[in-house]
Design a protein. Structure first.
Length: 227
């Protein structure tokens, strides 16, 4: 195992442990409410749920956001808290950005842009956006995926499946299998930026006659599966 592999494994293990502890805490709260007859104020419980997620970015955040969009799946208090996750997403530092850009576009990646802003213009659950200018002078929005997202997705989905199963035990009116399958499919799709580019091309053809609809222009020479 190389130093790079060892570092990657260490980060994955640290994340998996943290997500597992968060899932365990949520499961314990659900079990207590169900089997011990305990009940906390809904707003307080929702805040505890948010605290259990801590500062994790990535799939955990995206899963929470997707859950918040499913009508009547979660209490309103949880939806309110979960929708705040997007605004609080932390961005990668410049050293990580440079490393990611070298991986996607090669060592001379900076020569492919007229300018590339160091601070992220926006940070979300699976990646962040940097403003840039092409060599032709066009304004660009570069969406860069965070490192190791594919393995993080699979690890977080395993924990999510456990939490959903426990949630179903506390609320028999909710069948969680379909919810898990839908979120897992959407999450894996969102990691594939080449697929997103194809979708943009499709919608551009469909909606091109409508002047009130504006769609982004993809630059294939500056795009990869994760950029």
């Amino acid at each position: 195992m190389t130093l790079k592999d060892d570092d990657t494994f260490g980060r994955r293990l640290k994340r998996y442990t943290k997500v597992s502890l968060s899932a365990g805490k949520i499961a314990a709260q659900l079990a207590g409410d169900r089997y011990l007859g305990t009940s906390a104020d809904p707003s307080k419980r929702a805040k505890q749920f948010m605290e259990s997620l801590g500062d994790l970015k990535g799939p955990v955040m995206k899963i929470a956001q997707l859950l918040a969009t499913i009508p009547d799946f979660l209490p309103d208090e949880y939806v309110t808290e979960l929708l705040q996750l997007q605004a609080n997403a932390p961005a990668m530092g410049w050293l990580f950005v440079k490393r990611r850009m070298r991986t996607e576009l090669g060592l001379e990646w900076e020569s492919k842009f007229k300018s590339f802003e160091k601070p992220a213009a926006a940070a979300a659950s699976l990646g962040q956006v940097h403003r840039a200018t092409s060599l032709e002078g066009k304004s660009l929005a570069c969406k860069l995926q965070y490192p190791d997202m594919s393995s993080a997705v699979e690890a977080d989905l395993k924990q999510f499946k456990i939490v959903l199963a426990l949630y179903e035990q506390t609320n028999k009116a909710v069948l969680t299998k379909g919810v898990f399958q839908e979120i897992a499919e959407r999450l894996r799709e969102e990691l594939d930026y080449e697929l997103e580019a194809k979708h943009i091309a499709l919608y551009t053809k469909i909606l091109q006659p409508k002047p009130q609809v504006h769609l982004p222009i993809v630059h294939p020479e500056l795009s990869t599966k994760r950029l």
